[in-house]
Design a protein around this ligand. Structure first.
Ligand SMILES: Nc1nc2c(ncn2[C@@H]2O[C@H](COP(=O)(O)OP(=O)(O)OP(=O)(O)O)[C@@H](O)[C@H]2O)c(=O)[nH]1
Ligand SMILES: [Mg+2]
Length: 839
């Protein structure tokens, strides 16, 4: 069961192939029907002839992956053609008695078939397959020399093969073990993996007409009988032609084969193109379908909402069910969180530093909240949501680490400690930028991280500070803590106003900083402090002097366009305006005001009807309101009242804001008719109304002047939000408070089940985080701090036992009753720096 394999010297064209392009699969047709039909070949009793082929076959194989069906078909035809060719060749030498000659012909055929064949070998066949073991000794296989082969590949395949020229024998033996890999493709040697094998089985026992086609890829779908039939019919025709040609002894077929190959290449390209087109079509079709589906879902949601609202009173069970499902969901979340965090701990982690936390647990919570919010805001287009709201993540830079270093110079043998301090982390600033007017940029960028401080260096060199970053927001942005009950941290109203959102972490001290009279060669340094991180919500409350409110289609946008240079979208359908439009109105040379055209309000807006919440929020930051009443409305008074009521219900402060009433569309006679009664009605309530035609600009100037009078008044009354400065301090305070908290301030929480003690305290946690455990002295310092801060005593008082787990911040350690440092002494010998000077 052993045979040899020949490997030709590599022709140049195979260079690429061997240069490491691992093949993903193996090409080949292993079949016996065609060859077995040739009595000459059968007589040889060969095993399988294995040829190594060049890139062409490989390319074919790759394409096979792309259009499997087409390639499969083609392959089938080719296979048939090859068979016929072999058969024809075999017939051509039917009279030859010399075995050697016959072998030559087979090899020659193979070479002709697979242009670029570089080696031909005999595969031993496995006995369990009941196929006779190959009897042809490969040594006897005469092959073309390297030169002639290379030449042949350049031109057409030559007919006259020099029988004497032999290929270089690669000293390689295929054992029985290796035989299997060659047919099963597993476990091949490294060299052989890069080879492409085409196997042409020659089985003596095969019966004629028995078609056994084996395709080695394995990923091709099986053919249906009809397809197979059709394919074979096609092939049959060609075969018949070839056979006829062979019988007549006409010219060689390889040329034609090449031509066919060429054709097939063109076909491949064409097919690829078609496939691409198909893909594009499919994509657009898919997109359309997706859009359809989305619309359907939206419609269903709306219907559902309607149903819910109409049946909420009659059918409490469904509402209760819905509510319970939500609560169950929430509970589930909570439960999973608890299990993650060992139950009791979860509540306690909420450190004294308020909501500025660094633990991962926090972010989980945020995610939960985010999900809840998402479900709440479903149905609101993203652009509208992001226009005036955003949630961002900010993290200031960590401080650089301090280092341990000692001065050593010539003539200064004991120069003392010289480890520098790390640089501070970069701050995160937030600034009001007048060039921005929405929070839409935060849709693309959510995470803001300042740079970290550089580590300290030897020779008492301190590290450089980390790079600061500035988050730019439009004026009128409120910065809140993330979460449903997030506190307002900061308000930026004036352009250019800048505040520190998060200060960077402090740098860790180097050993030079720890030098004292008693310890003049300290061997400890600190890690840099971690910069705080947090999620904040930004909310843009439009800062405009005048806000135009009114029902949809009243002519608000038309009014803004007539009094300013703004070009809002105007159309005769409700909710044309979905995002506020700003315009600057010049009343005089030095008198200007910003006017905002807001989306229309419907009855029930304060409960969220017609995206009411989204729209009403904008009105809060306008000093004066211009209420545009639609003159074409049948009941303008009622509409006016409805809008007023909505404003009041949303925020009572809105109702007391100065406002100007403008009755619009006076150019239309029907509207003009209603004006008198409207005016009288309002006058009875003590409100003076103006009439105008926004379209023709008649009367708009009066409205503007009246509004401006209020604006001027307001400007004098309210001096630019005095509370801003105070609020600005608050955010930095949280961080500062955390940092300055004393180590004595801590709480101890025990979990009796797991015998775990959690010590909480911002000061202690910060200290733990900055302790560099690499240094023995730092560990000792930590022990001292535990004792000095009263942690040891507190734990002992509460009954801590030897072997209990104690957690301080991120650190977890075992409690030992004895204060004997012997165990630390043991460890001391192992830590870095203990064996060098000054010890
Ligand atoms: N004849 C007449 N038509 C007007 C006047 N003002 C507005 N319109 C028309 O009323 C329609 C609605 O105008 P918009 O300015 O888009 O109304 P809007 O209040 O901004 O509507 P929403 O943005 O949908 O809330 C448009 O077709 C305008 O041409 C007016 O003074 N006279
Ligand atoms: Mg509008």
């Amino acid at each position: 069961m052993e045979s040899l394999c020949f490997k030709a010297p590599l022709p140049s064209c195979c260079g690429v192939f061997f240069a490491g392009q691992a093949l993903s699969f193996r090409v080949g047709v292993s079949e016996s029907r065609g060859l077995s039909s040739s009595s000459r070949v059968r007589g040889l009793g060969l095993g399988s002839i294995v040829c190594q082929v060049n890139g062409r076959e490989r390319r074919k194989a790759q394409r096979l992956g792309r259009s499997q069906e087409a390639a499969r078909k083609r392959e089938e035809v080719e296979r048939k053609r090859e068979e016929a060719l072999i058969r024809s060749r075999g017939q051509g030498v039917a009279s030859a008695s010399d075995d050697r000659k016959r072998k030559n012909i087979i090899v020659q055929n193979l070479e002709n078939l697979y242009t670029g064949v570089t080696s031909v070998g005999v595969l031993p066949l496995r006995e369990e397959e009941e196929i006779p073991v190959g009897s042809l000794r490969v040594k006897d296989l005469p092959l073309k020399s390297h030169e002639t082969q290379a030449h042949d590949e350049m031109s057409s395949v030559s007919e006259d093969v020099e029988a004497d020229t032999r290929m270089e024998v690669v000293d390689k033996k295929f054992t029985a073990d290796m035989a299997e890999p060659l047919t099963g493709f597993d476990g091949m040697s490294e060299d052989d993996k890069d080879m492409e094998w085409v196997e042409v089985g020659v089985a003596e026992e095969e019966e004629e007409g028995d078609e056994t086609v084996e395709v080695w890829e394995g990923d091709l779908p099986p053919m249906s009988p009809e397809e197979e039939e059709e394919l074979l019919r096609e092939a049959e025709k060609e075969i018949a032609e070839l056979e006829r040609a062979a019988a007549e002894g006409r010219g060689s077929v390889p040329d034609k084969f090449d031509e066919l190959e060429f054709e097939s290449e063109a076909e491949f390209a064409q097919e690829d193109e078609e496939e691409d087109k198909e893909r594009v079509l499919n994509k657009s079709e898919k997109e359309m379908k997706l859009a359809d589906l989305r619309r359907l879902v939206q419609r269903m949601e709306l219907e559902l909402e309607e149903e819910e609202s109409s049946f909420s009173g009659d059918d409490p069970s469904s509402a209760a069910e819905a509510a319970s499902s939500v609560s169950v969901k929430k509970n589930k979340k909570k439960r999973s969180k608890e299990s993650d965090d060992d139950g009791d701990w979860e509540v306690i982690y909420d450190g004294p530093g308020g909501k500025v936390k660094t633990s991962e647990w926090n972010s989980e919570e945020e995610e939960d909240e985010e999900e809840e919010e998402d479900s709440k805001e479903r149905g609101i287009p993203a652009v509208m949501r992001c226009f005036d709201r955003a949630k961002i993540y900010a993290k200031s830079g960590n401080g650089g680490n301090g280092v341990v270093a000692f001065r050593r110079e010539k003539f200064v043998p004991f120069g003392g400690p010289s480890g520098g301090t790390g640089g501070r982390g970069g701050h995160v600033y937030i600034e009001a930028d007048s060039s921005m007017n929405s929070l839409l940029p935060f849709r693309n960028k959510v995470h803001f991280r300042a740079g970290r401080g550089a580590h300290g260096g030897g020779k008492s060199k301190d590290g450089a500070s980390g790079t600061d970053i500035t988050i730019k927001v439009p004026p009128g942005t409120i910065i809140k803590e993330a979460g449903p009950e997030g506190k307002v941290l900061l308000e930026l109203t004036k352009p250019g106003q800048r505040q520190t959102l998060l200060p960077g972490g402090a740098g860790g001290r180097g050993n030079a900083a720890f030098k004292t009279g008693r310890n003049n060669a300290p061997q400890l340094a600190e890690f840099g402090e971690e910069g705080p991180e947090m999620w904040v919500e930004l909310e843009l409350k439009l800062v405009a002097d005048v806000g135009i409110v009114g029902v949809p289609n009243a002519g608000k946008s038309t009014f803004l366009s007539s009094v300013s240079a703004a070009k809002p979208e105007i159309a005769n359908y409700p909710f044309t305006t979905l995002l506020p439009n700003l315009g600057v109105v010049a009343i005089d040379y030095d008198a200007t005001m910003v006017v905002a055209d807001l989306p229309g309000l419907l009855e029930g807006a304060h409960t969220g009807v017609g995206l009411g919440h989204e729209f009403l929020r904008h009105t809060e930051r306008c000093r004066v309101l211009v209420h545009v009443v639609d003159g074409m409305s049948l009941q303008p008074e009622e509409e006016y009242e409805a809008v007023r009521l909505e404003l009041q219900l949303f925020n009572p402060e809105l109702a007391v804001k100065p406002h100007v009433v403008a009755f619009n569309k006076m150019d239309i006679p029907e509207a003009a008719e209603r004006w008198e009664s409207f005016q009288a009605n309002l006058r009875s309530k003590g409100v003076d109304a103006f009439c105008m035609s926004a379209a023709t600009r008649r009367g708009t100037e009066d409205v503007i002047r009246a509004a401006y009078a209020f604006v001027k008044e307001e400007r004098i009354n309210v001096k630019d939000y005095p509370e801003e400065e105070e609020k600005g301090v608050e955010i930095a305070d949280i961080v500062r408070k955390q940092r300055s908290s004393r180590i004595e301030e801590f709480t101890v929480v025990a979990d009796k089940h797991t015998r775990t003690w959690q010590v909480n305290g911002a000061g202690l946690e910060r200290f733990t985080q900055m302790t560099n455990w690499e240094y023995f002295e730092a560990v000792r310092r930590f022990q001292h701090v535990l004792a000095a801060s009263g942690v040891n005593r507190a734990l002992r008082d509460q009954g801590v036992k030897e072997g209990d787990t104690v957690r301080v911040g991120q650190l977890e350690f075992q409690w030992l009753d004895s204060e004997d440092m012997a165990n630390l002494g043991e460890w001391k010998r192992g830590v870095r720096g203990s064996k060098v000077w000054p010890h």
